[in-house]
Design a protein around this ligand. Structure first.
Ligand code: AMP
Ligand code: ZN
Length: 111
């Protein structure tokens, strides 16, 4: 996708510090954080939204969630965090490239 901002970040066309990267995903900080720790976990493959995934994507979906665990550990928030996926425009999704929000770092629980 030529005009996808997350594809541009993945390709390095827009500079961004990756907190984590492997062959399937990248993780970076949300530009407008809604929590003390707010990261985005993004598949390298352009997939517009969760609804576009099927049975053949089970491994990728598992990988994304297990990456959340890994990155939560790296960020010292594994005790408790929140995962949000906005699914399609009606679900509040603004960037049409699948991404998982990882939110945490509240002291003493979610405010
Ligand atoms: P959503 O509403 O689920 O599509 O969330 C998109 C998220 O991407 C928002 O929380 C934005 O703050 C974040 N975002 C948009 N552009 C960038 C960017 N260039 N770098 C980091 N985060 C971004
Ligand atoms: Zn994309």
């Amino acid at each position: 996708m030529n005009d996808c901002i997350f594809c541009k970040i993945i390709k390095g066309e827009i500079p961004k510090d990756f907190i984590y990267e492997d062959e399937k995903v990248v993780v970076f900080a949300d530009i407008k954080p809604s929590a003390p720790v707010h990261l985005l976990i993004i598949p390298k493959k352009h997939i517009a939204k969760l609804q576009d995934l099927g049975d053949n994507n089970k491994e990728l979906l598992g990988h994304i969630l297990l990456t959340a665990n890994k990155v939560a550990e790296m960020k010292n928030i594994k005790k408790g965090f929140k995962i949000v996926i906005n699914c399609g425009p009606d679900g509040g999704q603004k960037v049409p490239h699948l991404h998982v929000h990882l939110l945490g770092g509240w002291r003493g629980g979610v405010k």
